[in-house]
Design a binder for this molecule. Structure first.
Ligand SMILES: O=c1ccn([C@@H]2O[C@H](COP(=O)(O)O)[C@@H](O)[C@H]2O)c(=O)[nH]1
Length: 477
């Protein structure tokens, strides 16, 4: 079972989003226990026995064990061994570096068998990748800290467009929502709101929240997903030395659960008035839609289109070529449509659809051509690249139909060379009657997906908020 599933099961069993730091930090331990390694170990085991029914994960911080030397490493092994196997362990280890990350991943995942790790984003995806090779484990990427000293870096170049949000955007492209998560230290609900807006699907490990107790309810509310999940919340450090730790943990868990219930009630109310959403049906291409979103092909926000119009989304299917698995699925989905059409050649519209047409040509074993975007003033000066005979039928392949202009122009070039175009196949149809417009010009248009199918699926899966979904419906009607 992978980390994410194990964590979900643990959350369900304990009805809790709480996690506990298991750190042999003598400063946090009750003075009466002394400060020997043995005392620290007994204390950590006592914490586990007091909280095992009330928390969904444990989080030892590697640094606290390292500073104890060899005895600390042994203590870490024994502490992890004492944690019930069905409760995931997240190792807080944000001090890795690029040249050691492969061996470090091997040590923590194979030797200590922890379920997830926290990582610094600065060395980039190369540093994170060796951890993601372990597909059943998870990685939390540090995006924001509450540290005053980090302000100048995190808010760079200006608070309206801070660097920490770029870290969130970047981290979302490193792995799926079941493997790459975010770590956010803050007492400010507005910071968490901005992160949640960009990453509605990601699990967030919240830190530093206890530094300002007055913001607790707003902070948790800002970090939870629409369904009242998606957050891991540490128990405050100072209660770990209290003799009534279990009772205090239970009270905090219950307080959080009240906020969760309210959040999911709000969301249910939202569902009632949201048009066109049927939560009972799963789209046949659901997984593909979610993967495309996760690799950054489907973006929501204000985007100016080639026509000068501003849309609430932008679709960049050019990114799929960098992900062979998703690219293969996209080609297959076009292939299902092309299989039923009659044509002699496949023509891709440059540049975005040239890789797709190439993939289809290889998949279906049919010849490919393409109309040039611009005709060269030297060499062959061809308008159409590839071999063909006038009179042949060509199926046009494009990525997305917005106004239909690109597809019509491409088809026109092919026709000017004596070819026949009957069918145009795209991956996404924006809607708004563009297929009818093409029909009036004598073309039959097919699409793998419509934009409304995409937005409905993303909304149902919690990838976009009700607000983003509503905004799309408003603009597209
Ligand atoms: O979100 C978008 C919007 C447009 N494109 C590119 O534009 C054409 C489709 O627009 P038409 O108005 O139908 O010509 C398409 O070929 C894309 O390359 C896009 O990529 N993403």
């Amino acid at each position: 079972m992978n980390f994410y599933r194990k964590l979900q099961d643990s959350i369900e069993r304990s009805n809790s989003l709480l996690i506990v730091g298991l750190d042999p930090n003598p400063e946090m331990m009750p003075a009466v226990r002394g400060n020997s390694i043995e005392a620290l170990e007994n204390w950590l085991q006592w914490i586990v026995s007091e909280t095992r029914e009330l928390v969904c994960a444990y989080k030892p911080t590697l640094g606290f064990y390292e500073i104890l030397g060899a005895a600390g490493w042994e203590l870490l092994t024994r502490t992890i061994e004492k944690i019930p196997r069905d409760i995931p362990v997240i190792l807080d280890a944000k001090h890795g570096d690029l040249n050691t990350s492969t061996l470090f991943a091997k040590t923590i995942f194979e030797r200590w068998n922890v379920d997830a790790v926290t990582l610094n984003p600065y060395p980039g995806q190369d540093h994170v990748a060796p951890f993601l090779v372990y597909s059943d484990r998870g990685a939390f990427i540090l995006c924001h800290t509450s540290n005053q000293g980090a302000f100048n870096l995190q808010e760079y170049p200006d608070p309206a467009n801070p660097y920490y949000l770029q870290v969130v955007r970047e981290a979302r492209t490193w792995g799926t929502p079941e493997q790459v998560f975010l770590e956010v230290g803050t007492t400010k609900p507005e910071v968490l709101t901005r992160i949640r807006d960009i990453a509605p699907e990601r699990l967030i490990l919240l830190r530093s929240l206890w530094e300002d107790r007055s913001q607790f309810t707003r902070l948790i509310g800002a970090g939870l997903t629409a369904s009242g999940d998606g957050l891991l919340i540490p128990l405050p450090q100072d209660i770990l030395k209290e003799t009534d730790l279990g009772d205090r943990a239970r009270a905090i868990r219950d307080e959080i659960n009240v906020i969760r219930a309210e959040k999911s009630r709000e969301n249910t109310r939202e569902d009632l008035w949201t048009p066109n959403v049927c939560l009972l049906q799963q789209h046949p291409h659901q997984d593909l839609i979610l993967e495309l979103f996760d690799i950054g092909c489907l973006m929501f926000g204000e985007y100016v289109q080639a026509s000068g119009e501003t849309f609430s989304y932008y679709i960049d299917l050019r990114r799929i070529i960098s992900n062979p698995r998703v690219f293969g699925q996209v080609i297959e989905s076009y292939g299902e449509i092309l299989k039923n059409l009659t044509f002699d050649r496949i023509a891709g519209i440059p540049y975005g659809s040239l890789p797709t047409a190439t993939g289809l040509s290889l998949l279906l074993d049919r010849p490919m051509i393409f109309p040039r975007k611009e005709v060269k003033a030297h060499g062959t000066r061809r308008l159409i690249e590839g071999n063909f005979q006038a009179g042949e039928t060509v199926v046009v392949v494009d990525d997305i139909l917005i106004s239909g202009k690109s597809a019509i122009e491409g088809a026109g070039k092919l026709e000017s060379a004596g070819l026949h175009v009957q069918d145009i196949v795209v991956f996404i149809d924006h809607g708004k009657g563009v297929k009818d417009k093409l029909r009036e010009r004598g073309y039959h248009a097919y699409s793998v997906l419509t934009l409304s199918e995409i937005t409905e699926t993303l909304y149902e899966a919690g990838r976009i908020t009700g607000e983003q979904y509503g905004c799309f419906i408003e603009r597209s009607c």
